[in-house]
Design a protein around this ligand. Structure first.
Ligand code: MG
Length: 301
């Protein structure tokens, strides 16, 4: 089990003895936002400072999917399979339609511009949940320096009605987010003000109300060390797989560290993919990796 670090015996059941970390492609500046496109048998991800959405497939290797991407970051697919991306430069969420047109879904809250949407997920009811820290407008590297008009927040957006509502705003820097398989919980990373020397390293856990729209709680779930949680995904059993400086950390429902997939570079984001959703794709700084696991990514209800 090269590169696998077991901290709890339960982790042995989640990994494979004869599968190790594979390097798929390298030479990028800083990659983010991997999303599996099963119908096209490929992975899409961002080379964020290069302002490009990239494509990787087992048979065709790496190619450019979209450039410019408007400095896109987190990506997901909605319940109809359409690609949804967070744009730093345009300070919006945009959706790629079936015919290839791009539609801006939301770029304002309460009449003011969003900051720089960072990561996004879709709930089974079709609502779109995203984080809006200031990272993407605080430097010229990942989208361009612009003035913030909003405090950082987690939003719920209804693409049917166009309604946008703050789900939580007691954050300095909300980042990656994921629902538990039953959608009773929402995990949100707090990575704080990254201009200081001690970025926050917390994953917080919220209870989702029975109306499916509002949150309560928000207590500390886990403190990532070393590094911080930029992005995370949940597996079929409800374990949380988080990015960290030394790889991917797997946490159980109580926030206990079960084990790690060691990666030679700092990890930003990850996602499950492949026909069985048992392959973890890992964005490791400028290098794309994957590893096959003995578990699958969560299916939403
Ligand atoms: Mg992020």
């Amino acid at each position: 089990m090269e590169g696998i670090e077991i901290r709890d015996p339960r982790f042995k059941t989640l990994v494979l003895a004869n599968a190790s970390l594979e390097q798929l492609a390298s030479g990028f500046r800083w990659i983010e936002g991997p999303v599996w496109m099963g119908d096209a048998d490929c992975l899409l991800f961002q080379d964020l400072p290069r302002n490009a959405t990239m494509r990787w497939s087992e048979t065709h290797g790496v190619s450019v999917y979209r450039s410019p991407s408007n400095y896109a970051n987190g990506q997901t697919r909605d319940r109809q399979g359409r690609l949804i991306a967070c744009s730093h430069r345009s300070r919006c969420l945009y959706r790629t339609e079936y015919d290839g047109r791009v539609t801006t879904l939301v770029d304002r809250h309460a009449g003011k511009r969003l900051n720089a949407p960072n990561d996004v997920i879709v709930k089974s009811d079709g609502s779109i949940w995203f984080t809006d820290p200031v990272y993407g407008i605080s430097t010229d590297y990942e989208g361009g320096r612009q003035e913030s008009e909003q405090r950082p927040a987690v939003y719920r957006f209804d693409p049917g009605s166009g309604e946008i509502a703050i789900a939580a705003d007691d954050f300095d820097g909300p980042n990656g987010l994921a629902f538990s398989p039953d959608e009773h919980r929402l995990y949100v990373a707090e990575t704080g003000d990254q201009t200081d020397d001690h970025p926050r390293q917390y994953i917080r856990v919220f209870d989702v109300a029975s109306n499916g729209r509002t949150l309560s709680g928000g207590k500390l779930f886990h403190k990532i060390d070393p590094g911080y949680c930029d992005g995370m995904r949940v597996d079929q059993h409800g374990n949380v797989w988080s990015s960290a400086a030394d790889g991917v950390h797997c946490l159980d429902r109580d926030g206990k560290l079960l084990g790690k997939v060691r990666v030679p570079h700092r990890v930003s984001n990850l996602t499950f993919g492949g026909p069985a959703k048992n392959r973890l794709f890992i964005a490791g700084s400028g290098t794309l990796y994957s590893i096959f696991l003995n578990c699958r990514g969560a299916q939403t209800p």
